[in-house]
Design a protein around this ligand. Structure first.
Ligand code: FE2
Ligand code: FE2
Length: 367
């Protein structure tokens, strides 16, 4: 199938103007951590060396995308590609919408490295800074870089998706950035990354499970392998936040409550393909319907983190800190109740809405 031939009116319009991020962002708050707390992160250098860098894998022990893909230097290449495409035939379009959305999210990695390097006290000041925080960020990025690479090459070989539309979406997304509202504040930043790594662990785990159900064990292995990396990264980031809870419980519980009040935005929330103004919402709806990443997962992650950091048991908090503690500890059941109500309402008003996705040649998928 050729790339979508028709150019829409919107695409023609977009071609006339220089690049402008197509989606609204919030008022930008910067440097919300008091500058004296930067010292605290400097003091944690050795701790991070011993406790965080150990969660990275030596490159020589890491998997590489090529381990899961047909080998272009081998005689069997064409047969391997043929087999891959045969297996992909059994997979429905809505699954591919989720996998493409996940791949695009991974491919916007330059944005996530930038985001980490906005954080005061832990940023890579030079691009090759020897601090443990900077080494972590670079090596984390290098590990993550394999995720988008592998999914991109796999999807390309399936022949099931419109690569040009996907590539455009990636370019738009990297150009737009993200708006996680972490305010250069590492307390907020590490709450955000703890949440997000777990979210990606869950969604890649689910695409692995579904690939297996569709009979594609190789794709299941690809998604499962990526999920395992995310789990390791989650362990590291939750450990950093755990340490912050230990040395500054008040500041950390306030940061946790602040991030949850603002709601954790998904990293690819500004995605756009040049056409669909609701692309991210539509992709999220399909992911919700298929059970790849759902509102229930959001509540589950929150519940997990509250337990992981023992938030209910923290003592000696200030008045404000206690309020923040109460807020985050009571939030999971509240989100679940709201979610159940929203689901019931959606069921009542259910109209089966089909939406085209440019990623799959404008074929329509049920939301
Ligand atoms: Fe990833
Ligand atoms: Fe990740």
């Amino acid at each position: 199938m050729a790339s979508t031939l028709r150019t829409s009116a919107k695409e023609i319009e977009n071609a006339k103007k220089p690049f402008t991020p197509p989606r609204e962002v919030h008022v930008q708050v910067t440097h919300s951590m008091p500058p004296q707390k930067i010292e605290l992160f400097k003091d944690l250098e050795d701790w991070a060396d011993d406790n965080i860098l150990v969660h990275l894998k030596p490159v020589e022990k890491c998997w590489q995308p090529q381990d899961f893909l047909p080998d272009p230097a081998s005689d069997g290449f064409y047969d391997q590609v043929k087999e891959l495409r045969e297996r992909a035939k059994e997979i429905p379009d809505d699954y591919f919408v989720c996998l493409v959305g996940d791949m695009i999210t991974e491919e916007a990695l330059p944005t996530y490295q930038t985001m980490l390097n906005t954080l005061d006290g832990v940023r890579d000041e030079t691009g090759a800074s020897p601090t443990s925080w900077a080494r972590w960020t670079r090596a984390w990025t290098a590990e993550e870089n394999r995720h988008g690479d592998l999914l991109n090459k796999y999807l390309y070989l399936t022949g099931r998706v419109d690569m040009k539309q996907i590539e455009k979406t990636i370019q738009y997304l990297i150009g737009s950035g993200m708006d996680p509202r972490t305010e250069n504040n590492p307390y907020l930043g590490f709450i955000y990354t703890s949440f997000q790594e777990r979210a990606t662990f869950i969604s890649h785990g689910n695409t692995a499970r579904h690939a297996k159900e569709h009979g594609d064990l190789k794709l299941a292995q690809i998604c499962g392998t990526i999920a395992a990396d995310e789990k390791r990264h989650e362990t590291a980031y939750t450990k950093i936040s755990e340490k912050l809870f230990e040395i500054d419980p008040d500041g950390t519980v306030l940061a946790f409550a602040d991030m949850m009040r603002k709601k954790i935005a998904m990293p690819a929330h500004l995605m756009y393909d040049g056409n669909d103004d609701n692309l991210f919402e539509n992709f999220s709806s399909v992911a919700q319907r298929l059970g790849v990443y759902t509102a229930k997962d959001y509540a589950d992650i929150l519940e997990f983190l509250v337990g992981r950091w023992n938030v209910e048991k923290i003592t000696g908090l200030s008045g404000e800190g206690r309020k923040a503690q109460e807020y985050v500890c009571g939030l999971t059941p509240r989100i679940r109740r709201l979610e159940e109500r929203a689901q019931a309402l959606a069921k009542k008003n259910k109209k089966d809405r089909m939406v085209p996705f440019s990623w799959i040649f404008n074929k329509e998928v049920l939301l």
